[in-house]
Design a protein around this ligand. Structure first.
Ligand code: ZN
Length: 286
């Protein structure tokens, strides 16, 4: 058996937003499940303030640090800048060790200056952690976004970047309302509510088929679990669906890391992360 993918986690990420749907339970229960299944854990360090300028404008970072950025989805919690820096540090560590960063807050909706591509809010996101990891690594990267919402922030940051492909299969209609068309290096596949696994996997295969893998050195997965049936952006998937997604990521044969995005039920998140990584790790059965 190959070693399990390390999980990047710090219990510090549980320290805010008890009342919010993007709350600590979505990570805490998942961590407990993965721990019981024998996964190994690594502790992240916060991303340095300077490093954030690779993906965000200085003014946005200044205002975020001061608690001056606020919208109806994304509250200015006390010390949220520190929580977001630690979550970004999780993505950085995941990119170095080929791990899965199980940290919050998520990041894929936040662009250079906050709200991205005309979205109404930052969708629970403060710092774009996966974008920071990809920029810092500096390699030719496929970002595969399997969250049920379009990663408008990530697309905005990398639009036109010759080193990066951004691929997203997501639900429409729902927040943020972007990602309706493929534009250059951003490949977008919107799908109807509860379309089911077959339709989803076909769209995923079609989307991946549009990428020129000759130049890709690394795969970075924005790993959201809100397409699970009944979750916030349900496409009607279940646990075995995530195993099948993991197999498709393995079939790309590239060094890969994962960054947690959405998914609002901790137990489901834990079970689906295990299925995703089990599919990804089962190398011998190919
Ligand atoms: Zn989402």
């Amino acid at each position: 058996m190959p070693p399990k993918t390390p999980i990047i986690y710090s219990e510090k990420c549980l320290g805010y937003g008890n009342w919010h749907i993007e709350g600590p339970q979505r990570v805490k229960k998942a961590q407990e499940i993965l721990s019981a299944k024998g996964y190994q854990f690594m502790q992240p360090e916060p991303a340095s303030e300077d490093s954030l300028l690779a993906v965000h404008d200085a003014e946005y970072i200044f205002n975020l640090k001061k608690g001056l950025v606020e919208d109806s989805d994304t509250p200015p919690y006390d010390n949220i800048f520190e929580f977001a820096r630690l979550s970004a540090g999780g993505a950085l560590l995941a990119s170095k060790v080929g791990g899965f960063s199980l940290m919050r807050p998520p990041g894929h909706h936040v662009g250079r200056n906050g709200k991205a591509l005309g979205a109404a809010t930052r969708g629970f996101c403060y710092i774009n952690s996966i974008a920071l990891a990809v920029k810092t690594l500096g390699k030719r990267t496929l970002i595969l976004d399997i969250d049920g919402h379009h990663g408008n922030g990530t697309q905005e940051i990398f639009q036109g970047d010759p080193k990066v492909w951004y691929v997203s299969v997501h639900r429409h209609p729902t927040y943020p309302g972007t990602g309706m068309v493929t534009e250059g290096n951003s490949i977008n596949f919107p799908l109807p509510v509860d379309c089911g696994e077959q339709v989803y996997l076909k769209a995923l295969d079609n989307a991946l088929g549009m990428v020129d893998f000759g130049g890709v050195e690394v795969v970075a997965v924005s790993a959201g679990f809100d397409i699970y049936q009944g979750d916030l952006a349900s496409l009607g998937l279940d646990e075995p669906s995530y195993y099948k997604i993991g197999r498709r990521i393995l079939a790309l044969h590239k060094p890969t890391f994962f960054v947690f995005e959405g998914g609002y039920r901790g137990e489901i998140n834990g079970l689906c992360i295990d299925q995703l990584l089990s599919g990804f790790e089962e190398k011998m059965s190919f």
